[in-house]
Design a binder for this molecule. Structure first.
Ligand code: HEM
Length: 140
């Protein structure tokens, strides 16, 4: 984990995420892109109620931002352990490789919705989300 204080890249990520959420259809576009990225992902979401999922995805991005801040919000605390258990082989059975698709769909969608998206913004998204993704993968 990084420093206990909020690192700069988390602030850059949050600002970009807020611009994405202010643009219309960000989460819906992400979900469409992700579900369209592979038959395996589509199959996982076949019984999913989209309305519930959209709110949940939005919340979970903030969970990951908090997890990236270390200290109080380190991955071992907060909501992440429960989310990781839900995705593990005993439950939803989301294999670690699917997180690459998740992240590339998310970044590609952020690029299209954040009017100020740059390479530095992309690096901030990757840096911020990597600890939480690593946590999820290692608890498969
Ligand atoms: C770090 C990345 C991810 C985060 C933070 C995340 C977060 C969440 C959360 C909070 C839920 C709701 C849990 C619940 O029902 O109690 C959920 C459900 C779910 N996630 Fe993820 N997820 C991630 C990656 C993935 C990936 C890569 C897949 C691959 C297909 C996936 C598939 C699902 C499915 C199928 C559900 C259940 C949907 C339903 O209730 O029908 N997730 N996720």
């Amino acid at each position: 984990m990084g420093a206990p204080m909020s690192p700069d890249h988390v602030d850059v990520f949050r600002a970009s995420l807020n611009r994405c959420l202010a643009a219309s259809g960000f989460i819906e576009s992400f979900y469409e892109s992700f579900v369209g990225s592979s038959d395996e992902v589509r199959e996982k979401f076949k019984n999913t109620d989209m309305k519930r999922q959209i709110k949940m995805l939005e919340d979970s991005l903030y969970v990951l931002a908090v997890a990236a801040q270390g200290g109080q919000g380190s991955p071992a605390r907060g909501a992440l352990p429960g989310i990781a258990r839900r995705h593990s082989r005993e439950d939803l059975d989301i294999r670690p490789g699917l997180y690459d698709l998740w992240l590339s769909s998310l970044i590609e969608t952020a690029r299209r919705h954040d009017p100020d998206f740059t390479d530095a913004t992309e690096a901030a998204w990757r840096n911020t989300l990597s600890a939480g993704i690593e946590y999820m993968r290692s608890h498969y």
